[in-house]
Design a protein around this ligand. Sequence first.
Ligand SMILES: *Cc1c(COP(=O)(O)O)cnc(C)c1O
Length: 408
Amino acid sequence: MTSPLAALPPVSAALPSATAALMNVGPKPPIVFVAGRGSRVVDDTGRSYLDFVQGWAVNTLGHAAPEMIDALTRQASTLINCSPTFYNTPQLSLAGKLAAASGLDRVFFANSGAEANEGAIKLARKWGGLHRDGAHEIITFWNGFHGRTLATMSASGKAQWDGLFEPRVPGFPKALLNDIASVERLISDKTVAVMLEPIQGEAGVVPAEDGFLRDLRALTRQNNMLLILDEVQTGMGRTGTMFGFQHAGITPDMVTLAKGLGGGVPISALLAAEAVSVFEPGDQGGTYGGNPLMTAVGEAIFDTVAAPGFLDHVAAAGAHLEQRLYEVAAQTVGGGAVRGRGLLLALDLGRDIGPAVVAAALKRGLLINSPRPHLLRFMPALNVTLAEVDEMAEGLTAALLDVLAAKA
Ligand SMILES: *Cc1c(COP(=O)(O)O)cnc(C)c1O
């Protein structure tokens, strides 16, 4: 695959001055991507990279997936937007499929993970107003991540955000993941819900144990509280089941989806049980939510992930990746720990060389990510091949050896 711009002078040659019109919200390497297919992405000099970041766990089927191109072009030439005040066909059918697959009843579509979570927070507060005498506090967790709106930042447990954009939105006391007593201690008359990720992604792939999720389900039922799962990162097959909560055999009262739902295009969803779906006309909305173009893509992704054998592949590829990561760690840093499930895995290196390894891997044409200095995160396309996993493991081994040699 060559870059469609290969004949032109690369834009990256004009960096950093070409970035002058962008707000700087984070450091970026001097690379400009122009094309992608499957697990490969190409920059404007024609260089190809093996992509195990995939738009931040977004590109469910990799780059330029034929299923997505087909849905996008078909729907773009049929109907792109008809306003949220009217029904449209793909919106109705995707809602039906998500409800049936999740065991929940009602769906509200939005455009980003933060917006879906914001909707969940609003719905919980509304339900608390109607059924729990105004209870409105939602217990969330240290190191959790729920997005970048004001409320979802407050719901998140990122210590780095302390003091940012004050005052915070009140009503989000923080418990410790996998510590049920820490949750019990925070429960009061004001508590309406508990909200968490089945695997804390941005925290460095820290799983909520299946037993902990079952304990939370029981605890929230006993106290007439809602259980809200943020499956923005874990949903849509990422962990080897359609939803992360299915590993624990529970059904939450609300689930939020985003990243993998659109396979790369912006769409998110809030799913809720019938008894919790208490929004009244005017309470909630959004201009782009549930538009035909994005829901048509969401349906194509859903159908592909739900097809026979697809999730078996995710589980098998995840098991292979896990084994290869243990081998890589043994051959380089003298062993490491692998965490996560399916194709959301992290390798704990036991030392703070994550960012250096990411940079060395990039030089070798491999995209990976380091959410915490001591670990690496892997979130390839769900249709990644075992050969691509092997190729990644080889590139990672070389990158680790580069870093260790530079330190020696
Ligand atoms: C990425 C993420 C979000 C935020 O999603 P955006 O689309 O960036 O708003 C929320 N929760 C979790 C668990 C995420 O991984």
